[in-house]
Design a protein around this ligand. Structure first.
Ligand SMILES: [Ca+2]
Ligand SMILES: [Ca+2]
Length: 333
């Protein structure tokens, strides 16, 4: 009975570990003078490529056109109130820059086109064509020193489920100072983000500029070197004369090439039969005969020899991974 209990606890532990290994969603809102840099290094570490095109600079003045960026950058914007419009300048420019606490944010917004948001209940939804690792934007001239009108940034998966939601800090960013709010998800599963607030209590006007998002880089095609592929490579290289037996005597050179192939074939056979350790030992033996080191003397040489050695190491590493996962599976049972 005790044993059953121990096994059961181990099972629960493994299940808990599995759950923990899920996506990590992070908000970048708490560091008003450095949120954008924090966000940028986070999405860079995740492998995202940042798009900075959605900056309104080529957008005509006037009402926001939801699909203006949909063709080139794949982004759709939806703003409430819909009377919000693209304007040119430093920002809303509201006067009260003294109510404390004041934050310099990330500096005054350099004059350019931006989205001027009408006050009240507001929301900006940014939808991506394919899920992204993260997104963020600069809010200009935000005023909330008394915590009456916090801004919320939320990320949603493509199916509309909420991934995470983060509130702004309480500061006065007037006049026209920039406050970056960003969000990231380690799974790269953000389908849209929403910035929302109710600024009725503060009669605050804000601007939005420089929307950024980090698309997943196109995945590199990984070709795993298998034991069979290794033998194929050996035969092709030998036939093309790129791999030869290492001897100045022709007959001995042929013999060494043949012996090397025999060792390799026997390793591949062991791997195919699931005899991982045996295969590994044999592969190591071949490796030592083609690794370019003086001792023991290499059996093969030629221009393909370095690649052969590299491939053998790759196959050995993948055999190790296989045996590790098999070991883990047998332990779970
Ligand atoms: Ca701009
Ligand atoms: Ca303002």
């Amino acid at each position: 009975m005790k044993k059953v209990f121990v096994l059961f606890s181990a099972f629960v532990f493994i299940v808990a570990l599995g759950a923990q290994a899920g996506a990590v969603v992070t908000g970048f809102v708490d560091n008003p003078e450095g949120n954008s840099a924090d966000w940028a290094s986070d999405v860079a570490a995740l492998g995202g490529e940042v798009n900075t095109n959605v900056n309104f600079d080529s957008h005509p003045d006037g009402l926001l056109q939801n699909n203006f960026y949909s063709t080139a950058d794949g982004v759709t914007l939806n703003i409430m109130p819909s009377t919000s419009a693209v304007a040119n300048g430093q920002g809303p420019g509201q006067a009260n820059s003294w109510a404390t606490p004041v934050s310099p944010g990330e500096g005054v917004h350099p004059p350019s086109k931006y989205l001027m948001v009408e006050g009240g209940v507001i929301s900006l939804t940014i939808t991506f064509p394919a899920p992204v690792y993260g997104a963020g934007l600069y809010v200009i001239d935000y005023f909330d020193p008394w915590n009456q009108a916090s801004l919320t940034i939320s990320a949603y998966a493509e199916d509309g489920s909420l991934l995470g939601s983060y509130d702004s800090v309480q500061f006065n960013f007037q006049t026209d100072k920039q406050y970056f709010m960003g969000i990231s998800s380690s799974d790269g599963d953000i389908g849209s983000i929403v910035l929302s607030a109710d600024t009725s209590a503060t009669m605050d006007l804000i601007g939005i500029d420089d929307i950024r998002f980090a698309a997943a880089e196109p995945a590199e095609e990984e070709v795993e070197v298998t034991a069979d592929r290794l033998l194929e490579f050996f035969d092709e290289a030998a036939a093309a004369g790129r791999l030869q037996g290492n001897s100045r005597f022709k007959w001995y050179s042929k013999l060494r090439l043949w012996m090397t192939r025999k060792m390799l074939a026997s390793a591949v056979k062991a791997a195919d039969r699931g005899k991982i350790r045996k295969a590994n030992t044999k592969l190591k033996r071949v490796y030592r005969r083609c690794d370019g080191k003086r001792r023991p003397k290499d059996f093969v040489n030629g221009e393909a020899v370095a690649e052969l050695a590299k491939m053998i190491e790759e196959v050995r590493a993948s055999l190790d991974r296989d045996s590790d996962s098999k070991f883990a599976r047998s332990r779970k049972r």
